[in-house]
Design a protein around this ligand. Structure first.
Ligand SMILES: Cc1cc2nc3c(=O)[nH]c(=O)nc-3n(C[C@H](O)[C@H](O)[C@H](O)COP(=O)(O)OP(=O)(O)OC[C@H]3O[C@@H](n4cnc5c(N)ncnc54)[C@H](O)[C@@H]3O)c2cc1C
Length: 377
């Protein structure tokens, strides 16, 4: 078995981590406090080719493989320590841009991909509704045909990048079934509702979206009308459970390194707290968790990249990482003692950011449902 990455991928990781440390990390605590997205950070990352990483070069992207995307996402999270930036970037990539690349017509690709890749545009995806979360097939938003257009009505919630997106793929139900529509967010009737005040990942803007007689050309349908769930949405879930998980892995690395640094510096009873076995073993367990999660995420990503069946592995990676990232974040706070409980230290923000991993993109309970169904079928 070959677990190695190429020298180019090693360089890519190192350069992205450096860039994130220089551009993302410095304002991360302030953006978290203020719940503020920073377009300048986005611009700097886009200039480095990050915005179009998964999209092929001939369509304007950087042509990264799935493993490349994982490495970039992981490196940016490790160097930048801003869960919100990782969330917005991940959504822009895997649910904002990839569906248009994989399922859009040539016209849709030409209209949106160059801007999504150079960072001029930001992408989003709207499937969740107030009464349709884990039961993602139960959404109620309707799309009624009127000549060459469809008229969309309904309400979406928890839409990452909702307030800043230029283009949003909206799931709506036509008389043929669930259908994915690419919607220009300036379209009349695409109304960005209240911005949601989140516990963590606060530098990523999240909003409700109201579709009020929003007219969308029939030509903006991705893939086949009525088949969006199986053809488009499930592909997105795959990317969420591999590429987006890599950002969590990078965050876990940064959390462990922060805890190690603190344990070596902080002295009690006349010696660094790292010398107490209770603390040293916490760090060992955090490292065990990190390695298990990283291996699981990259195994699933590798299977996907090589066109192999990976539903079980992707759900295992998502379920395991969703649980262990929070466990590690709690232990990091414990190692920091009272200081870990203060907002001044990144450990506290790390915990709030970490918790999303067990909820967004399919909860841990849903991953276990998928895993058990595969085993018991
Ligand atoms: C910060 C953030 C960003 C998001 N970004 C987006 C986005 O960009 N686009 C988008 O469309 N959506 C987005 N989401 C929505 C996200 O995917 C949903 O929140 C998630 O799927 C869970 O749905 P829910 O919140 O309605 O919870 P519910 O489905 O109501 O679940 C509540 C609880 O019940 C459990 N549960 C539900 N069904 C079962 C079952 N069958 N068996 C066992 N337990 C069950 C769940 O695991 C959970 O613990 C985002 C959410 C958040 C918090």
């Amino acid at each position: 078995m070959d677990f190695s990455i190429t020298p180019e991928q090693e360089q890519l990781y190192a350069s992205m981590k450096r860039l994130a440390a220089e551009v993302i990390a410095p304002g991360a605590a302030d953006r978290d406090k203020e719940g503020r997205w920073d377009p300048d950070v986005w611009k700097r990352l886009a200039e480095a080719g990050v915005a179009g990483m998964p999209i092929p070069e001939e369509l304007g992207g950087s042509g990264g493989s799935i493993i490349d995307c994982c490495l970039v996402n992981e490196a940016l999270a490790e160097g930048g320590r801003d869960g919100g930036f990782g969330l917005s970037l991940g959504a822009h990539w895997v649910i904002g841009s990839v569906p248009i690349w994989l399922h859009g017509s040539k016209e849709l690709q030409e209209r949106w991909l160059p801007g999504l890749c150079d960072g001029t545009y930001i992408g989003a995806w709207a499937s969740t509704e107030p009464e349709s979360g884990s039961d993602s097939a139960s959404f109620k938003t309707t799309a009624v045909r009127d000549g060459d257009e469809f008229v969309l009505n309904g309400t979406k919630i928890f839409i990452t990048n909702g307030p800043i997106a230029d283009v949003c793929t909206v799931l709506a139900r036509t008389d043929k079934g669930p259908t994915a529509f690419v919607v220009d967010t300036r379209t009349e009737g695409f109304v960005v509702g209240r911005e949601l005040d989140k516990m963590g990942c606060r530098s990523s803007p999240t909003a409700e979206i109201h579709l009020q007689d929003c007219r969308v050309p029939a030509a903006n349908i991705l893939s086949v009308e009525g088949e969006a769930l199986w053809r488009v949405a499930f592909e997105c879930f795959d990317w969420e459970r591999t590429v987006m998980m890599a950002a969590t892995i990078g965050g876990m690395r940064a959390t462990i390194d922060g805890a190690i640094r603190y344990a070596k510096e902080r002295e009690q009873f006349g010696k660094p707290i790292a010398h107490f076995q209770a603390i040293a073993h916490k760090i060992a367990q955090m490292e065990i968790n990190y390695h298990a999660c990283r291996n699981a995420v990259y195994k699933a990503a590798w299977l996907k990249e090589n066109g192999k069946e990976h539903m079980l592995e992707a759900s295992i990676a998502k379920a395991m990482t969703g649980t262990l990232v929070t466990e590690n974040a709690l232990e990091a706070i414990q190692i920091h003692g009272g200081y870990g409980y203060l907002r001044d230290f990144p450990a506290e923000r790390g915990l709030r950011d970490a918790k999303l991993t067990s909820i967004g993109g399919g909860t841990t309970e849903i991953q276990k449902m998928i895993i058990s169904r595969l085993l018991l079928q």
